[in-house]
Design a protein around this ligand. Structure first.
Ligand SMILES: [Zn+2]
Length: 231
């Protein structure tokens, strides 16, 4: 079960200007009452590809796995400061948790909150693993999250000031014992599961439908991811 270890609340660790949106929430996020959000755009990411969206501060992005069991690597860059971008290790260590928690932000490499996690119907994601790449596949023609990220960056004419790593949404790769061994398991995301994130700055957000078509992580079949932007 994804939330059987619903986290002990770590109190009072919300960085910067980020405010807790859901006070005291732990584990899975039952969608709270709908705010008056307006759907601005919908983007479908075909299997084994990536897409980018421009978010303005205080807009939301919803990352949905319509068929479930599909990882989406999420990257975000500050539009006016290309050398500032999401850093999963900073998120993990500032939250002092392996999994992101509702009401706490995803952080930048400069330790500033960029995206607030407001809703999450899965509860298990990955902050350890790098994006899949051609070195992993040992095949320069195999699609990869790293390649898809680079393609979107080029298409959007955006040059990051460093090497961005992903927040791996819906990825299930827990530490399995007290020795710290990791195991990549089948994603726990069910059809229609999603995360909802609020932009705390003007951002370029790039997400992928992870290209891993072997093993159990994506159920052996790559599937689409849908992005919805709200204001
Ligand atoms: Zn991938």
């Amino acid at each position: 079960m994804s939330n059987k270890d619903a986290p002990l609340s770590r109190r009072g660790f919300l960085g910067g200007t980020a405010a807790a949106v859901i006070g005291g929430s732990v584990g899975l996020g039952a969608p709270r009452q709908e705010q008056a959000r307006r759907l601005v755009s919908t983007v479908t990411i075909p299997p084994q590809s990536g897409r980018g969206v421009l978010l303005e501060r205080d807009q939301w992005i919803k990352v949905i796995t319509p068929r479930g069991v599909q990882v989406s690597d999420l990257f975000a860059f500050v539009r006016d400061a290309p050398d500032e971008y999401l850093c999963p290790r900073t998120t993990m260590t500032r939250q002092r948790r392996l999994y992101p928690q509702i009401g706490q932000p995803f952080y930048s490499i400069k330790r500033r909150p960029l995206l607030m996690l407001e809703e999450d119907t899965v509860g298990v994601h990955d902050l350890f693993y790098p994006a899949c790449d051609n070195y992993m596949y040992r095949d320069e023609n195999h699609p990869s999250c790293r390649g898809n990220l680079n393609a979107v960056l080029e298409e959007m004419n955006f040059t990051p000031g460093g090497y961005a790593e992903p927040h791996n949404l819906f990825q299930n790769s827990p530490a399995i014992d007290m020795d710290g061994n990791l195991e990549v398991r089948r994603s726990l995301a069910k059809p229609g599961d999603y995360v909802l994130l609020k932009a705390l700055d003007d951002l370029l957000v790039i997400a992928t439908s992870c290209s891993v078509d072997r093993g159990s992580i994506n159920g052996g079949e790559c599937k689409e991811i849908v992005l919805e932007v709200y204001s």
